[in-house]
Design a protein around this ligand. Structure first.
Ligand code: SME
Length: 161
């Protein structure tokens, strides 16, 4: 599946009247995980209320123990504070990293903004080393923008009150 096909699918899911917010996010995780061989685990974390922590909202792939991640901890927690994309070609080279599975070799985390605020992120793990390219970064950034618009339109923010 190329990026424009993926974006079209995401657009369809977002505009489907049958899906609520949870189902939409679940379907987007599944779509990406099933159609991109290097996406082994796909999840969305959002800020947990006013706490300085992230909470897992939706994922596709093996269940993780890391439902809650403190700001600053791991790749996800660092993105919650930096507001920057974080592409990790080799997770073994990271000191501040939370391992979800011994099979994971690389990771990408892209923040999700609403009204200028960093409210969450998409996190993808790969069993391949150095799996992620600029194309992944671009695709995931566009998907996050679409999801942000969707969440605002649905008046679904904050995700965790
Ligand atoms: N590896 C992440 C933790 C989340 S799991 O990948 C699902 C991190 O270092 O923040």
């Amino acid at each position: 599946m190329n990026s424009s096909q993926a974006l079209e699918k995401v657009d369809q899911l977002i505009n489907s009247q049958d899906l609520d917010v949870q189902a939409t996010l679940d379907q987007i995780c599944g779509l990406l995980q099933e159609n991109y061989a290097h996406y082994d685990w796909v999840g969305f974390y959002f800020r947990n209320g006013k706490k300085e922590e992230l909470k897992l909202k939706s994922f596709a792939g093996s269940p993780t123990d890391h439902n809650i991640i403190a700001f600053g901890k791991g790749i996800c927690g660092q993105v919650a504070v930096s507001n920057q994309n974080f592409v990790v070609p080799d997770v073994k080279a990271q000191d501040n990293y939370i391992a979800c599975s011994i099979n994971v070799k690389s990771e990408i985390v892209i923040p999700l903004f609403a009204e200028g605020e960093n409210i969450g992120q998409i996190d993808i793990d790969s069993h391949q080393i150095d799996a992620f390219t600029k194309e992944d970064e671009q695709l995931l950034t566009e998907i996050n923008t679409m999801i942000s618009q969707f969440l605002q339109k649905e008046k679904a923010l904050p995700i965790f009150a």
